[in-house]
Design a protein around this ligand. Structure first.
Ligand SMILES: Cc1cc2nc3c(=O)[nH]c(=O)nc-3n(C[C@H](O)[C@H](O)[C@H](O)COP(=O)(O)O)c2cc1C
Length: 329
């Protein structure tokens, strides 16, 4: 997966499937962690992998806070932390925790890259965890990471499901990054994320549903098409097929909740990754009455000259019309 897509796909969701995780995927995650940077190359990070059949598994699950009960379904739990004496100290700065954090991020992103749901947790009790795994006193456990495949949110308890359905929030860039000195917001030039979004309602039809009782996954892709055509009609004045000189090079969907026939569905979309001949649409299909997110999706459009049979540079007029909808994420 392209790296920016891994960043986008990573979520700390809570619904896990019981599908086992292939052992080599866990190994690949640990291998990514092993190649992380560390102060003075001390590599002070340490991991303990506890899979479903491990004799220590029950004891580790017992350490989880009630609010993290969802994590018991995850086939693999990884305890991550650092060895204090192994870490470098510069002036009075102890780098072992930063080493562990950097390695954890590599581990998490590699897991997402492999199609896994990887969720770090701080909600667990340290003393019983130490006892369960025989952790030495000079090891600082920092997180228990749930690893598995995404499951059905309908199987979560209500509290956990509500947390997963909350919209994601982040502080503005200027609140967390300064230049040239503390307190002076970093001068962001890219549009904030999400940029201005285009929204349009989708009319569901009875035939959109399939034997599973919800809107068919392939049909969802045609909802993206509807959004795209309306976007191009409203912003670009497209009237004929020839006015839409793009081909679709890539489609990806992340199905979060099943869409039922009676659900109101709206598509929200914006543009990212504008390059010479292509750009990416990001989409969210959601319920406008309560904000439930059904699907996150992306498509890549390549501007194409059908006569010459090759990609051509994006039309400056298109870029000018779409400018407000381009996000810098
Ligand atoms: C160190 C750390 C501890 C966390 N502890 C918990 C936890 O105990 N339970 C939980 O449900 N989520 C936990 N999270 C997940 C955060 O709530 C989540 O990362 C944050 O809300 C941002 O959401 P996102 O990861 O989906 O972008 C933790 C995340 C980190 C990095």
């Amino acid at each position: 997966m392209e790296f920016h897509r891994v960043i986008r796909a990573r979520r700390s969701l809570r619904a896990y499937s019981t599908r086992p995780v292939e052992p080599e995927k866990v190994e690949r995650m640990l291998e990514a962690a092993r190649w992380s940077p560390s102060c003075a190359n001390r590599q002070s990070w340490r991991f303990v992998v506890v899979d479903r059949d491990a004799p220590t598994r029950g004891a580790v699950e017992e350490t989880l806070d009630v609010g993290n009960a969802w994590a018991r379904r995850a086939p693999v739990l990884i305890v991550a932390g650092s060895s204090r004496p192994a870490g470098a100290v510069v002036e009075s700065r102890e780098y072992h925790l930063l080493d562990a954090g950097l390695a954890l991020m590599s581990l998490v992103y590699r897991g997402v890259d492999l199609g896994l749901l990887v969720h770090p947790m701080a909600g667990w009790k340290e003393a019983p965890l130490r006892a369960a795994l025989g952790l030495p006193d000079d090891f600082a456990p920092m997180t228990v990471v749930a690893v598995g495949y995404a499951g059905d949110p309908a199987e979560l308890d209500e509290a956990a499901r509500k947390k997963d359905e909350k919209p994601r929030v982040r502080k503005a860039l200027g609140e967390i990054a300064f230049s040239p000195r503390w307190g002076e917001p970093f001068p962001a030039t890219l549009p904030p994320s999400p940029a201005k979004v285009f929204e349009t309602d989708i009319q569901l039809r009875f035939r959109d549903t399939d034997a599973m009782g919800h809107v068919n996954n392939a049909t969802v892709v045609s909802y993206l098409e509807t959004g795209r055509v309306r976007f191009l009609v409203e912003l670009f004045g497209a009237r004929r097929v020839e006015d839409i000189p793009f081909i679709i090079a890539e489609v990806s969907c992340r199905y979060r909740l099943p869409i039922l026939l009676q659900d109101p569905v709206r598509v929200r979309m914006w543009i990212t990754d504008v390059s010479r001949s292509s750009y990416r649409f990001r989409y969210e299909l959601f319920d406008p009455t309560d904000g439930r997110l059904f699907v996150e999706a992306e498509t890549v459009q390549v501007m194409y000259d059908y006569a010459a049979k090759r990609p051509v540079p994006l039309d400056p007029a298109f870029l000018a019309s779409a400018r407000d909808y381009v996000s810098g994420e």
